[in-house]
Design a protein. Structure first.
Length: 301
C-alpha cells in the first residue's frame, strides 16, 4: 500500500500552479480549453447557516445541558462548519462531540472521511470500522470505507465494500461509479467497463448520476454532458453541485488515460464551486495532493 504524506498547501501550490498546469509525457488532450467550460458562482455562506451557528453558540453557554445534548450540538455545529469548508473547526467540534458521547457512528464516519482526505488511511479504516460496529447498516460508512481502501491501494477490499454498497441500491449511479473506479484498478479497463455497462443497463436510469455513467461508457460526448448540465440545472446551487461531480469524474477519466494536465485542471474546477460537503470536492484536493507527491518524488531509474 502506497503511503501518502499530506503536503502543505504551499508545496501543493508550487507544484501544481505553475502556468496552471503540469506536464505529462502521455497527455492525450493537451489542447483542451478547460477555461472555456461552464462555471457556477461559488457557493457562499447563507444567512440561515450564520443564524444556526449563532444559535448553537448561545445554547452551548447554558449550564443545564445534558452531555447527550452537548454532544448533539457540537455535532450539528461541526456539520455546519464542514459545509462552509472550515474543516479544522469542524474536526474540533466532532472530537468534542465524541468526548460527551462516544457512541456516535455518524461522527466516526465523518472523521474517517477527514482521515482519508489527509492520507491517514489506517486511521480512516479504524474510524469507519467503529462506525460500522455501532451501526452495521451505516450506508455512508460502508461506502466511505470502500473509498478509503481504494485510495489506500487496497483494491480487492475496496471492491468488496463498494460491491456490497452497490448491491444495497442498484439504482444509485454513484455507487456504480465508485465501484467502477475500484474495478478499474483491480481488473483493468475492459472488465471494469463491462461491469459498468451491465449495471447501467440493469438500473432504472432515473438517478441524474447515470448521465455521468453514460459519459464514462462513451454513450454521450463531454460536450453533450455539459450541455445537459446547463439545461437541466434549476438554480446556481444545483449547477455548482452537478459541475463539481462532473469535473471530478471527468478528471478521474483523464487521469486514467495519462493526461495529467487535464486531470489537474478538472480537479481544480471541481473545487471551484465551494461545494465543500460533496465527496467529489473533498477528494479533488486529495487527488491534487497525490499528483503533487508523485511529481516531487519521481521514480528512480
Amino acid at each position: 500500500m502506497r503511503k501518502l504524506n499530506w503536503l502543505p498547501l504551499t508545496v501543493l501550490g508550487s507544484a501544481l500552479l505553475l502556468s496552471g498546469c503540469v506536464t505529462s509525457g502521455n497527455s492525450v488532450n493537451n489542447s483542451q480549453p478547460w477555461h472555456m467550460l461552464p462555471m457556477a458562482v461559488p457557493l457562499q455562506p447563507t444567512t440561515q447557516q450564520e443564524v444556526q451557528l449563532a444559535r448553537i453558540d448561545q445554547i452551548l453557554l447554558r449550564d443545564d445541558l445534558t452531555e447527550k445534548d452537548r454532544a448533539q450540538l457540537f455535532y450539528e455545529r461541526g456539520l455546519i462548519n464542514d459545509s462552509l469548508g472550515l474543516r479544522d473547526l469542524a474536526r474540533l467540534d466532532f472530537n468534542r462531540s465524541l468526548s460527551y458521547n462516544p457512541a456516535q457512528p455518524d461522527v466516526f464516519n465523518i472523521l474517517g472521511v477527514y482521515f482519508t482526505q489527509s492520507g491517514m488511511y489506517d486511521a480512516a479504516y479504524e474510524a469507519f470500522d467503529s462506525s460500522l460496529e455501532l451501526n452495521e447498516q451505516h450506508q455512508f460508512a460502508e461506502r466511505n470505507r470502500g473509498i478509503a481502501l481504494y485510495y489506500g491501494g487496497r483494491y480487492e477490499l475496496a471492491v468488496r465494500d463498494l460491491l456490497k454498497h452497490y448491491n444495497d441500491n442498484e439504482n444509485d449511479a454513484y455507487r456504480a461509479l465508485w465501484l467502477y473506479l475500484a474495478e478499474l484498478e483491480k481488473d483493468g479497463p475492459e472488465k471494469a467497463q463491462q461491469g459498468l455497462r451491465a449495471r447501467y443497463d440493469r438500473s432504472d436510469k432515473l438517478d441524474w448520476g447515470w448521465l455521468l455513467a453514460r459519459m464514462y461508457l462513451n454513450d454521450i460526448s463531454e460536450e453533450a454532458f455539459f450541455r445537459e448540465v446547463m439545461n437541466t440545472s434549476t438554480d446556481n446551487a444545483q449547477l455548482a453541485e452537478r459541475l463539481c461531480e462532473g469535473y471530478f469524474y471527468l478528471a478521474k477519466r483523464y487521469q486514467a488515460q495519462g493526461d495529467i494536465n487535464s486531470a489537474v485542471a478538472l480537479y481544480k474546477l471541481a473545487m471551484s464551486g465551494n461545494v465543500y460537503d460533496f465527496v467529489e470536492h473533498r477528494y479533488s484536493m486529495l487527488e491534487l495532493s497525490r499528483i503533487a507527491y508523485d511529481l516531487s518524488h519521481p521514480p528512480s531509474s
